[in-house]
Design a protein around this ligand. Structure first.
Ligand SMILES: Cc1cc2nc3c(=O)[nH]c(=O)nc-3n(C[C@H](O)[C@H](O)[C@H](O)COP(=O)(O)O)c2cc1C
Length: 181
């Protein structure tokens, strides 16, 4: 079982990447591929650049990694209530690959966290509603509010309620996957 994982942020200290890394610790024995969006930086999408130079190879590379996976785990950083520009740019390029549904029917566990009390819930709602239109299946969502209070670099989620919620969702996800993949 292959997991493709990413944080939808290009921050080198991304709290969403910390959350994804933590969630992955619950997937012992799985083949895990956690990528960094900084390794997939592409020109800002424009139809003119696409017509002149085509779609960047990096977009195809990312698409292949999605295709090779059985499950996608991601966590969305929220900038002004929406996707980060870094993620949206990559999404736009991949969506231009001909004949492709961005998420290629993969199950997606979508998370978000932020420094604020709403835990990135706006971007998580946007992503959850939109992902099916790009051919993904959101199997569950998880939002961690006020990251600074609820997460410790060494211990992970330190708030019992949020940790229990995540563990329950991951356990449910694993049992669903066993029966469908
Ligand atoms: C340009 C910008 C806009 C932001 N907008 C929001 C926002 O709308 N909601 C929110 O909860 N946090 C917002 N934040 C704070 C982010 O939650 C915080 O920077 C967080 O660390 C982003 O996640 P990351 O570390 O994974 O990139 C914003 C931060 C920046 C730099």
């Amino acid at each position: 079982m292959k997991i493709f994982a990413f944080a939808a942020s290009n921050s080198r200290k991304s709290i969403n990447k910390q959350l994804v890394s933590y969630a992955l610790t619950y997937f012992d024995g799985y083949d895990k591929n956690l990528i960094d969006l900084n390794d997939y930086e592409m020109p800002i999408y424009s139809i003119d650049k696409e017509n002149e130079n085509g779609i960047p190879q990096l977009a195809y590379q990312l698409a292949s990694q999605i295709d090779e996976s059985d499950l996608i785990i991601c966590s969305f950083a929220e900038h002004n209530g929406a996707y980060t520009a870094a993620f949206k740019n990559i999404l736009d390029w991949i969506s231009r690959i001909k004949g492709r549904k961005v998420w290629n029917d993969k199950p997606i566990f979508a998370m978000a966290t932020s420094t604020g009390a709403r835990g990135g819930s706006s971007v998580l709602e946007i992503a959850s509603k939109r992902i099916p239109f790009n051919g993904g299946r959101v199997v569950d969502t998880f939002s961690l509010p006020t990251f600074g209070e609820n997460f410790d670099l060494e211990k992970g989620i330190i708030n019992d309620n949020f940790r229990n919620e995540l563990e329950e969702k991951i356990n449910r996800l694993k049992s669903t996957l066993v029966s469908t993949v």
